[in-house]
Ligand binder design. Structure first.
Ligand SMILES: NC(=O)c1ccc[n+]([C@@H]2O[C@H](COP(=O)([O-])OP(=O)(O)OC[C@H]3O[C@@H](n4cnc5c(N)ncnc54)[C@H](OP(=O)(O)O)[C@@H]3O)[C@@H](O)[C@H]2O)c1
Length: 265
């Protein structure tokens, strides 16, 4: 099968944050299959090294693993420094959290870290890579957001707010970066079977709608980026749900399920 993205589209190197598991790991697999060299970024270096070893031997590509905690400014600066010699044509900004708790039970430091990871790191790395892409006249950027974020998600207020930020960032840059030959797409992630799905207290039994397989989520995201589509909501059933569910109802359902699944009293 012809890969959706190959090195002729944006260049030979892709950098993926949140590449140690779930959606990021699948981006690595699909881009490696297309012949791109990869930089994998997350905190769990062991997992990334294993993945890098597997992909580079199977696909004959170069694959680097860089450990970075993207909630920390010094790690973000070190990542920029360590990758400055590479021509990164594709940037997949995917690292993020998903935790459920009452807003008032969260500490100030915890909220600050969530903002750094889920919003600031996406903004600063997008700025860094887009500048380099603009000088080359081509590039691709994919930002991972979340369905429901812009409508608000009770018990996940910080996550919803920061994913809403990501969506506005992508939509704003979609027109602005076009003149430099840069594609930018927001993956408005619909429920997808990854560790985050289970962390939110969902199981295949208690979830009202079956989550997508990670392969489908990533394939639809890459196809949207290749076409320079502004937003992509993977899965027809989730696009239909979104069209049919009023905003207030989606908040009400999310609140009820998250509270029950996570024993919030
Ligand atoms: N799956 C869903 O249904 C769903 C729905 C909405 C949004 N999303 C979003 O999709 C993205 C990918 O999540 P996933 O579903 O694939 O879950 P996942 O398997 O838990 O992936 C999250 C990734 O983010 C990385 N990460 C977390 N904190 C980090 C930090 N401080 N610094 C660097 N990397 C960090 C993790 O790596 P380390 O732990 O090794 O650092 C991991 O690779 C996230 O942004 C998530 O919010 C997913």
């Amino acid at each position: 099968m012809k890969p959706i993205i190959d090195p002729s589209m944006f260049g030979i190197w892709a950098l993926i944050t949140g590449a140690s598991s779930g959606i990021g790991e699948e981006f690595a697999r699909q881009l490696a299959a297309g012949g791109l060299n990869l930089v994998l970024v997350a905190r769990r270096k062991g997992l990334m090294q294993t993945l890098a070893g597997r992909l580079s031997s199977r696909q004959k590509i170069e694959c680097l693993a860089i450990q970075a905690d993207l909630s920390k400014r010094e790690d973000l600066d070190a990542l920029i420094e360590k990758t400055s010699h590479l021509e990164t044509g594709l940037f997949i900004s995917n690292a993020g959290t998903g935790d459920v708790a009452r807003f008032l039970d969260r500490g100030i430091d915890d909220l600050g870290e969530r903002i750094h990871l889920n919003a600031t790191s996406h903004l600063l790395l997008t700025h860094h890579f887009a500048k380099k892409m603009a000088t080359r006249g081509k590039g691709g950027i994919l930002l991972t957001g979340a369905m429901g974020a812009v409508d608000g998600v009770p018990y996940m207020a910080a996550e919803a707010a920061t994913k809403g930020f990501i969506q506005a960032l992508g939509k704003s840059l979609h027109s602005e970066l076009r003149e430099y030959g840069i594609h930018i797409t927001v993956l408005v992630t619909t429920p997808t079977e990854t560790p985050v799905f289970y962390k939110l207290g969902f199981t295949l039994q208690n979830s009202p709608v079956k989550p997508l397989r990670v392969e489908q989520c990533v394939t639809e995201a890459l196809a949207a980026l290749a076409k320079n589509q502004m937003l992509v909501y993977p899965g027809l059933k989730f696009r239909a749900l979104r069209a049919l569910t009023p905003e207030f109802l989606s908040r009400k359902i999310a609140a009820k399920m998250l509270k029950k699944n996570n024993n919030i009293k």
